[in-house]
Unconditional design. Structure first.
Length: 85
């Protein structure tokens, strides 16, 4: 029974590992770019103040990236725990 469960989950983990670097690096990049947008008026001389709508979108992007990372890592953790059982 344990070997069957492991056999069922291992292909999923392999696929997740193949795409995992992409998910994590893409969400990190999304957060970085969102924070860059928030700071652009501070670090660029003569730049207009960042509009509130742009700030709202940037914060939403940061939140979405964090939630995506959290869900992805939870999936990987749960899969690994299922194999260990």
């Amino acid at each position: 029974h344990v070997r069957q469960r492991q056999g069922d989950i291992l292909p999923l983990l392999k696929g997740a590992a193949d795409s995992g670097g992409s998910v994590l690096s893409d969400t990190r990049l999304a957060s970085k770019l969102a924070f860059d947008a928030l700071k652009s008026d501070i670090y660029t001389k003569g730049a207009p103040k960042t509009p509130q709508a742009a700030k709202d979108v940037a914060y939403a992007l940061v939140g979405a990236a964090a939630e995506t990372r959290r869900r992805y890592t939870a999936f990987i953790t749960q899969s690994a725990e299922a194999i260990a059982r």
